[in-house]
Design a protein around this ligand. Structure first.
Ligand code: ATP
Length: 233
């Protein structure tokens, strides 16, 4: 198992956002975390990476409890987050956005480089010298994912990668997730079932800060009752 989130409780001030969330990921799996607006999807990802540390519970990554560690230390151990708002650095070119994210774990050969990113995503190579802030939403999403690859993630967390993107771009993001799935463990969030189940093998559903359902994509696709109860369909 690469990740075990065990009964985490996360607060914003007095507000009890996650009320005992547990989930697991096997190495190499692609899993989706589903739920409506405000269900706690972002907070779950932020709790895993240490941006909103859980007040109790465990986050076990590769056998070690990382809950409570500072976010930069968690990132260096190989947990990458692509946040919902993408956070492309304005005033930096596409190439510079990638360069600043470069991190090499001591004693390990890097698997990603700018050259490899440009080889695999020629669209980014074409935009290499352009200010990141001038990119379209879909281009920014590709750049945000590519940027997180530069820090050599062993586990990639994608927060609503399709948010606000046109259907044709959503297809490209789906293809990107499929391609990365071959080599990386991925947990991504989404509000609707169709994209999620096409690209993930398994899904958890969050509602009001609790996991209310877990199923394989095939099961959930057939289960319209559960979809209607907990998801935007
Ligand atoms: P969305 O699709 O809107 O991002 P989500 O499922 O990711 O939804 P979260 O953003 O994790 O949900 O929010 C979970 C709960 O925590 C919601 O009730 C939300 O209002 C609350 N919340 C989120 N961020 C904050 C914050 N910075 N301060 C206070 N409450 C917050």
């Amino acid at each position: 198992m690469i990740l075990e989130v065990d009964n985490i409780h996360t607060y914003y001030g007095e507000s009890h956002a996650l009320q005992g969330v547990s989930l697991t990921l096997q190495e190499g799996e692609t899993v989706c975390l589903l739920g409506r607006n405000g269900a706690g999807k972002s907070t779950t990802l932020r709790s895993i990476v240490g941006l909103t540390p859980p007040r109790s519970g465990r986050v076990v990554f590769r056998g070690k409890d990382i809950a409570g560690q500072p976010a930069y230390k968690i990132a260096r151990q190989g947990v990458g987050l692509v946040p919902e708002d993408r956070r492309i650095f304005p005033g930096l070119s596409v190439r510079e956005n990638l360069e600043v994210a470069r991190y090499q774990r001591p004693g390990e050969a890097p698997s990603w480089s700018i050259e490899r990113i440009f080889d695999e995503y020629p669209m980014l190579a074409e935009l290499a010298d352009q200010d990141g802030a001038t990119l379209s939403g879909g281009q920014q999403q590709m750049l945000a994912v590519a940027r997180s690859l530069m820090s050599e993630p062993r586990l990639l967390l994608l927060d609503e990668p399709n948010e606000g993107l046109a259907p044709v771009i959503v297809k490209q993001i789906g293809a990107l997730i499929d391609a990365l799935s071959a080599t990386t463990t991925i947990l991504f969030t989404d509000q609707s079932v169709h994209f999620a189940l096409k690209h993930a093998r398994r899904a958890y559903i969050l509602e009001k800060g609790m996991i209310v359902h877990e199923a394989s994509s095939q099961e959930l696709l057939a289960d319209t009752d559960t979809q209607q109860r907990y998801l935007s369909v």
